[in-house]
Design a binder for this molecule. Structure first.
Ligand code: NAD
Ligand code: LMR
Length: 325
């Protein structure tokens, strides 16, 4: 059955409830930026996920429509749409997982870093509310530039005295998805069987796919590997240009693989000298259980690793500085 009601303080909120006798634990997921190009398919995926019992859709606009649409799907979770800053506390209260695709996407000719001035402020505001209303939640940062937007909550959470580095993730899955797709094409192997770790960060040269560790193994020439690396680094820009001003990748963000405990993510890290770094991480109920070693790198990848460090370092410092000013 479905219940639709208006929340008292938020005229436009909608509640849709479907009942379940399931014994799966209660889990509340909040999506901030839920009405956007990423937010909408992500809301759909979360509604389809049987592990979610409560889905909180927050945006500055258009959440009633998204909540109504998604909320009628006959799966376990109740769906509530929240709109505007007055509703942020309610959207976040009790959340176990907060996913943040709030902010502006690139247009052709822009770098992800060009989004910093707008998105850093949005992220800072939202993460200050997370510190207050759901300090124990896992946080998945999608808003770009991820290399800088992840250090922002880390600083805010430290100041609030609730920073748990195991619970903060920059979403870099798309780099892995692209690396797998491009590799499968060149190696002529079924894409579903391909695995490729991608390390570093989530912008240009900071994206470093480790094709030397790709499985199934294929004997690709140095030139092909160089081209595959560049294509993976430029995958987001290709989509931005192909969409010609109408946003960046959203559909390929809507991925939800078979649950696996090892994924690449941009997290607090001590495996190289930079405090945030994307690599394989082992996930558990409370977040990162282990940041895995990089494993053996080819000479080409070792060079790529050295080359990405200055840009990634300065992107991290930019986020830290912004959060502390
Ligand atoms: P979009 O413009 O379609 O959607 C963004 C949504 O954020 C909009 O609905 C907007 O109303 C909302 N928003 C803006 N300010 C907000 C605030 N203060 N609080 C709550 N919501 C707010 O953009 P999109 O295509 O969904 O992309 C969103 C972000 O994700 C961009 O920064 C983009 O660069 C980034 N992105 C990251 C990855 C990744 O792999 N990490 C992939 C694709 C896009
Ligand atoms: C991507 O990799 O597609 C996203 O980071 C969006 C972008 O701006 O490229």
């Amino acid at each position: 059955s479905v219940l639709v009601r208006s929340s008292s303080s938020a005229k436009q909120s909608l509640l849709h409830r479907s009942f379940s006798s399931s014994s799966v634990p209660e889990r509340k997921v909040a999506i901030l930026g839920a009405a956007g190009g990423i937010g909408q398919p992500l809301s759909l995926l979360m509604k389809l996920n049987p592990l979610v019992s409560s889905l909180s859709l927050f945006d500055i606009a258009n959440t009633p429509g998204v909540a109504a649409d998604v909320g009628y799907i006959n799966t376990r979770s109740e769906v509530v749409g929240y709109m505007g800053d007055d509703d942020l506390a309610k959207a976040l209260e009790g959340a176990d997982l907060v996913i943040i695709p709030a902010g502006v996407p690139r247009k052709p000719g822009m770098t992800r870093d060009d989004l910093f001035n707008i998105n850093a402020g949005i992220v800072k505001n939202l993460c200050s509310a997370i510190a207050k209303y759901c300090p124990h939640a896992l946080v998945n940062m999608i808003s770009n530039p991820v290399n800088s937007t992840v250090p922002i909550p880390a600083e805010i959470f430290k100041k609030a005295g609730m920073y748990d580095e195991k619970k903060l993730f920059g979403v870099t899955t798309l780099d892995v998805v692209r690396a797998k797709t491009f590799y499968a094409g060149k190696a002529n192997v079924p894409v579903a069987e391909v695995n490729v770790p991608v390390i570093g960060g989530h912008a240009g040269v900071t994206i470093l796919p480790l094709f030397s560790q790709a499985t199934p193994q294929a004997n690709l020439s140095g030139d092909v590997l160089t081209a595959l690396t560049k294509r993976t680094q430029d995958g987001g820009t290709e989509v931005v240009e192909a969409k010609a001003g109408k946003g960046s990748a959203t559909l390929s963000m809507a991925i939800n693989g078979v649950p696996d405990v090892v994924e690449c993510s941009y997290v607090h890290s001590t495996i190289i000298e930079l405090p945030f770094f994307a690599s394989k991480v082992r996930l558990g109920k409370n977040g990162v259980e282990e940041v895995l070693d990089l494993g053996p790198l080819s000479d080409f990848e070792k060079e790529g690793l050295e080359a990405l460090k200055p840009e990634l370092k300065s992107s991290i410092e930019k986020g830290v500085k912004f959060a502390n000013q």
